[in-house]
Design a protein around this ligand. Structure first.
Ligand code: AMP
Length: 249
């Protein structure tokens, strides 16, 4: 069974991004970029399935500029077998990515596609759902446990006040939630080995997908600054403030 894992290169989660002075975008010049954290979880899950003998091959794919190949190499160092780079310098939106991934899925014919539930840069949370719809495959989003047995996929998801268990036939699309697993770190020997693993590059035109942006961003702004706090002398002053100023008592 082949598993396809789409991974996105995003601003590292430790970086505090700032809007550009004119509000037309976010300033990402010279900031650290990394694999989207939910995609690390997706790679880990696919690699674990291979280690358990459920899967035979893990293929990772990204759509993005030349530098996105670093993210593919990271995924290869984490245990993926092969990588596909759809090289594209223009701005990509979730529908465009989903169309590219559909075309790659049609070429690769995986039984499972595991994506992150959302990319932490745009927080769109759309690509997996759109991809499942375009392929007309069943989908299990926000997975916290995945098992494959007898040609069926069982996925547990955390929902308000409990767990939901879904069962579906393959091929299917899964998106990962935070608690699905704890991704491993790439070891130095595996980083070296990853340099020799196959990485195929292609242009979006070769996949015949219309990736023109459909949304336009009007402006980006920082959230309002928090007001400074005050120190109170004792509990009665605190209660008085909660009652008379905050009016929450
Ligand atoms: P989003 O819908 O943008 O929040 O992204 C959800 C998931 O779609 C990510 O966690 C990735 O698995 C996948 N994805 C988004 N953008 C790309 C991209 N440019 N290349 C490959 N996978 C992507």
């Amino acid at each position: 069974m082949k598993i396809l894992v789409p991974v996105k290169r995003v601003v590292d989660y430790n970086v505090k991004v700032r809007p550009k002075a004119d509000g037309t975008g976010v300033d990402i010049a010279n900031v650290k970029m990394s694999m989207n954290p939910f995609d690390e979880i997706a790679v880990e899950e696919a690699v674990r399935m291979k280690e358990a003998g459920t899967a035979t091959e893990v293929v990772v794919v990204t759509a993005g500029p030349a530098a996105a190949q670093e993210t593919l190499r990271t995924a290869l160092a984490l245990g993926a077998d092969r990588a596909v780079h759809v090289e594209c310098d223009m701005e990509l939106q979730p529908l465009g990515v989903a169309k590219l991934l559909k075309a790659v899925a049609e070429k690769e014919a995986p039984q499972i596609i595991i994506l992150g539930k959302q990319a932490i840069d745009d927080d769109a949370n759309q690509t997996g759902q759109m991809l499942a719809a375009l392929l007309d495959w069943p989908q299990a989003t926000f997975a916290s446990k995945v098992t494959v047995a007898d040609g069926k996929l069982t996925v547990m998801r955390e929902i308000d006040g409990g767990m939901e268990t879904l069962q579906m036939s393959l091929p299917a699309v899964i998106t990962t939630d935070l608690r699905l697993n704890e991704p491993r770190y790439a070891t130095l020997p595996n980083i070296m080995k990853a340099k020799k693993k196959p990485l195929e590059s292609m242009k979006p035109e070769a996949l015949g997908a219309d990736i023109a942006p459909r949304l336009s961003f009007l402006s980006f702004a920082e959230p309002p600054k928090r007001q400074a706090g005050v120190k109170v002398a004792d509990v009665s002053e605190l209660l008085a403030k909660l009652k008379n100023e905050a009016k929450v008592l």
